[in-house]
Design a protein. Structure first.
Length: 268
């Protein structure tokens, strides 16, 4: 079933490119597709499907990053063919700030954002004036503040705005003191702050277990889906279409359920 789906989608992509939709001429069938990803869970998922794709004639080369900027920068510079690590709000903010035009190809999974602490076991234990570390990129800090509002720790001016900033906090009854840091550094400072809001890929990479270790965690209804992302000129490359189909397949959904025990949730 997966083979028939991949071949059908690949054939459709070739036909679309031939009709002058602006896609580049497809690379040869043996050319490797260079995919940028963060280590956990993205690169792990890609490693799992690598032999499955190879059996279909699609070879992927996985390049692992420990930050969120370089995978997009290198994709825009054509040093990557595609990447898999980010949410749409992050991509939108990146495109707006960098003048790029990267595009989503397929939504794959959700990583519920969580707040963690080495010093306290519950949110109720957080003291007055507690220091809270949050990601410093625009989309992640907004998402973090929405999580903290849902937990009852703060109140925001516009709870529905995904691009909240610290200036949008209108009520902070515990006097929380916020420290903005690069997302990748947050697990490393967990011993130095009272609480840190950490993206699940970095939490998993640091050995944290979101379902049991997080003091508060987004639900399965989180709108922050992680996407496979390409450029407008190559989004219909048959190899990318095949990769997207595999990432959305039941085989990958089953792998995610088995491997991550609810810390990563397949997108609807």
């Amino acid at each position: 079933m997966i083979r028939r789906t991949l071949l059908t989608l690949a054939a459709a992509a070739v036909a679309l490119a031939a009709c002058g939709q602006g896609a580049e001429k497809a690379a040869g069938p043996g050319a490797p597709l260079i995919v940028g990803a963060t280590a956990v869970p993205h690169a792990e998922i890609l490693e799992h499907i690598k032999p499955l794709l190879a059996a279909e004639g699609v070879n992927i080369e996985i390049k692992v990053f420990n930050d969120y900027v370089q995978p997009n920068t290198q994709l825009a510079e054509r040093r990557l063919d595609v990447n898999y690590f980010q949410t749409r709000p992050y991509l939108d903010e990146f495109n707006a700030s960098r003048g790029s035009d990267l595009v989503t190809v397929a939504g794959v999974h959700v990583e519920p954002l969580g707040a963690y602490s080495r010093r306290f076991r519950t949110l109720a234990e957080l003291p007055q004036g507690a220091q809270v570390a949050v990601p410093n990129d625009a989309s992640s800090i907004g998402r973090s503040l929405i999580l903290l509002q849902k937990a009852g720790l703060i109140r925001l001016k516009d709870p529905a705005n995904p691009l909240q900033s610290l200036r949008d906090i209108v009520d902070n009854p515990r006097g929380l003191r916020f420290r903005e840091l690069e997302s990748a550094t947050l697990p490393r400072v967990l011993d130095q702050v009272d609480m840190a809001v950490i993206n699940t890929n970095y939490a998993l990479d640091a050995g944290l277990k979101p379902r049991t270790d997080a003091l508060t965690l987004e639900g399965a209804d989180s709108p922050y889906v992680n996407y496979l992302v390409a450029r407008p000129d190559n989004r219909t490359d048959p190899r990318i279409v095949a990769l997207a189909a595999m990432l959305r397949s039941q085989a990958v959904k089953d792998f995610i359920a088995r491997k991550y025990d609810g810390a990563v949730i397949p997108a609807a």
